[in-house]
Structures are given as C-alpha cells and as structure tokens.
Design a protein around this ligand. Structure first.
Ligand code: KIV
Length: 277
C-alpha cells in the first residue's frame, strides 16, 4: 500500500475496517461515505467502491417523510441497517443511535448499541454530541463496539438550536467544538462527523486530531466527505443547501419514466406481444 500523501489508494482493500480508515487518514487518502437505508441502494453504493456506508437517522426524513430525525425508532433503524448489511461486501457500515435511545444514561446507550450490533450485524455506531456523551462512548467502547462521533449541527437537537443554519461561527462555540472533538478522540472514537460548520474550523479540527474527520457542509479540509445519497442523486428537490453537489437529477428522470409507463399502460402499448406469456 503506497503511503505518500495525496497519492494513495486503499481501493484493493477487501473489507474496510476502522483500522483501514485510520491508515487512510495517515496516508492522506480522502474517505468517501454515503448514506443507505435499503438493500438495493446499498448494493449499488458498495459495489461502486464506497469506503463507509452510514445508516443515518436521516432515514426518518428520506424514507419516512418526517420533518426531523426525532421520530425514527430503534427497531426501524435496525430494520434499515440489516437490509443494508445484507447487501454489502466491502464498506464499513455505521448505524446511528436514534434519538431517545441513548441520552438517558450510559447503560441505556450501551444496551442500544449492543441491540443494533446483534440484530443488524452492523460494524459500528454513531452518536451525536460532545462532553455530554463521553461516559456513553466509553461504555459502548468497553463492549468492543467502535463509535463514531458527530459534532456541529446535530439534527437530533434541532429544537434546542431552533434552526439548521451553520454552527460554531462564534469563537466561543468554535472553542467548545474543538474541545469536544479532542474529548471524543481521547474517549476512543474512531472517527468524527462534522456537520455544517465553517471550513476553516473543520480543517483546524482535522489537522489537530489523529482520527479521521468526515465533513458534511464542512469544507474540503476534512479527511473525508459524507452526503445523503438521495440528495446527491437529486431525488429530493426541496432540500438544496449550498454544500450539496447533485450528481444526477434523478427526480426528473424517474418522474419521466413513471409518466411514460402510465401513458403506455393507458394506451395499451404495454405489455406488447413479446412481454407476455
Ligand atoms: O443521518 C445522517 O444522514 C447523518 C449525516 C448527515 C451525517 O447523520
């Protein structure tokens, strides 16, 4: 495996582990992460060579149509996670602990993490928060479960913040975030997601930490990037933040196909002679 910064690839790695991600950080290879919630999408993403698949609680928005990530349940997360796990050969699969399943105390957090790992076959879990989840992170890790942190905009706390705007723009909040990032690293997290914070701050965090920092709306100085798959495919039209790059306009392509199918059925063009028994 070459190790010169900027000229490396772990493409040949058969299974991405937390150790591989650590190697990627060290060698300067960027980490690519996307969300998935179902078997078919996960299979396409995994076979395209993604490093990490996140079964995010954004399933609450994307799959179930809720306004926030708060309503999704632990059993629903496990359903999505086990569908994803059945599809993947290579990617590391990380699953979000849903709102209300870990904030009570560290024992509750551990039980939730164990249930996810046992019932879905996932490889790691992700929790939102900093110092307030330190004890939970350490307890989950003591059971041998890898933990990814999540700082900056933490959507499970949306009613505390009141908006989805950029976080940590003020010096005081930026200082707190930096301290929390270090604390999560020291507690044993294998990586941290930074969501919607200034690029300069995210770059500073990535430089100071030895674990990978994955950004979403946090600029190019992070060690990797994550996007919600349905957003980057252009399946969701209403969500259009500045950080989102759309690689397809799947909403219009799919809608065009559906309209054509409806027309073909109505006009009796489908099925034709070759399409029946
Ligand atoms: O749930 C999710 O999709 C996430 C990403 C936005 C990082 O947490």
């Amino acid at each position: 495996m070459p190790s010169k910064k900027g000229n490396t690839s772990h493409k040949e790695v058969k299974k991405v582990t937390t150790h591989v991600l650590q190697e990627m950080k060290r060698s300067g290879e960027k980490i690519a992460m996307l969300t998935a919630y179902d078997y078919t999408m996960a299979k396409i993403i995994d076979h395209s060579g993604i490093d990490v698949i996140l079964v995010g609680d954004s399933a609450s928005n994307v799959m179930a149509g809720h306004e926030t990530t708060l309503p999704i349940t632990l059993d629903q997360m496990i359903y999505h996670a086990s569908s994803v796990i059945r599809a993947i050969d290579r990617a590391l699969v990380v699953v979000d602990l849903p709102f209300g399943s870990y904030q009570g105390n560290s024992k509750e957090a551990l039980n939730t993490a164990i249930k996810i790992m046992k019932e879905s076959g996932a490889h790691a879990v992700k929790l939102e928060g900093g110092r307030e989840i330190k004890e939970s992170v350490e307890r989950i890790l003591s059971a041998g479960i890898p933990v990814m942190g999540h700082l900056g905009l933490t959507p499970q706390s949306i009613y505390k913040f009141g908006t989805y705007t950029v976080r940590a723009q003020e010096a005081e909040e930026a200082k707190l975030l930096m301290a929390d990032a270090k604390l999560l690293q020291d507690s044993g997290c294998f990586a941290i997601v930074l969501e919607k914070i200034p690029a300069a701050l995210a770059e500073k965090v990535a430089k100071q930490l030895t674990i990978p920092v994955i950004g979403i709306g946090a600029g190019g100085g992070c060690d990797g990037q994550v996007l919600v798959t349905h957003d980057m495919l252009g399946m969701t039209k209403e969500f259009s933040p500045r950080f989102l790059r759309r690689y397809l306009n799947l909403y219009d392509s799919m809608s065009g196909a559906f309209k054509k199918y409806i027309k073909d059925v109505k006009s009796r063009d489908f099925p034709n002679k070759k399409e029946q028994y």
